[in-house]
Design a protein around this ligand. Structure first.
Ligand code: ATP
Length: 240
């Protein structure tokens, strides 16, 4: 399987027409590294992920992935380079079964026996999906749906995976399982991970580094463990 690639965001400013929402953001995520992107509701996390996939255009600054400038590149070409986004919750097709959803993710990456092996591997990572493989997407619990969204992204063997609040609305045990699987996959495959979360404790428990965004600006960037233990950061921005 493939190894991760470096993401480099440099002095990025993004807005929606009413003035910038992100100001001068610089973040580097190295191959195989898990970086937690933290911040309250409205801090700008989703906007940053949208700038990576090309859904919103940068007013200034740059984003490079594996050394390639992504400016002006279409979303599908970014995906072909190995950038995968797992949006919050809604990417599962409700009318298709779990198995069909997974096959959709494998479509352009694997054929024949390799496809079957890739699908078996995802079922090995997420046993609840294996048990529910013939259930329709709309019958799944929130946790199962999040596992399926993640499994469907991973099956295409991306080089970087960006997740938007995968723990939103899920029970703590399910969050722990998803986080653990993400951590293990990142280790095994050398996958680069950018994890946007309001669940600070969960995210920092598996991250190498944390980046804290407040009102569209980076207010802290450092070792995950050090951040979690820094009282001034914790009280001011992380809410615990
Ligand atoms: P959340 O956890 O709620 O998704 P977030 O940290 O991801 O929060 P964003 O969704 O990126 O934050 O929002 C950052 C700011 O940009 C907010 O003030 C929001 O109102 C604004 N914003 C987001 N999307 C749009 C849009 N499509 N048009 C205009 N403003 C937007």
């Amino acid at each position: 399987s493939q190894t991760g690639a470096e993401l480099s965001v440099s002095e990025l400013t993004v807005g929606y027409g009413g003035g910038p929402v992100l100001h001068d953001i610089s973040i580097t995520v190295r191959p195989g590294e898990v970086v937690a992107l933290l911040g309250a509701n409205g801090a700008g996390k989703t906007t940053l992920l949208s700038a990576l996939t090309g859904r919103v255009r940068a007013a200034s600054g740059s984003v490079t992935f594996d050394g390639r400038d992504l400016r002006g590149m279409r979303t599908e070409d970014r995906a072909r380079l190995g950038l995968a986004l797992v949006p919050d919750g809604q990417s599962v097709v409700g009318e298709l079964t779990v198995d069909e959803n997974l096959r959709l993710g494998a479509l352009w990456r694997h054929r024949g026996k390799a496809r079957e092996a890739a699908i078996r591997q995802i079922y090995g990572m997420f046993e609840p999906l294996d048990r529910r493989k013939h259930a329709d997407g709309h019958q799944l619990s929130g946790g199962e749906r999040q596992m399926l969204a993640l499994g469907r992204a991973l099956i295409a063997e991306p080089r970087l995976i960006a997740l938007d609040e995968p723990s939103l609305g899920l029970a703590p045990l399910v969050v722990a399982q998803i986080m653990r699987t993400l951590r293990e996959t990142a280790r095994e495959r050398g996958l680069t991970v950018l994890l946007a979360e309001q669940n600070v404790t969960g995210a920092l428990s598996i991250a190498d580094r944390g980046v804290v965004v407040n009102l569209g600006r980076i207010v802290a960037d450092g070792d995950a463990k050090a951040l979690a233990e820094d009282p001034s950061i914790r009280h001011a921005y992380l809410g615990f």
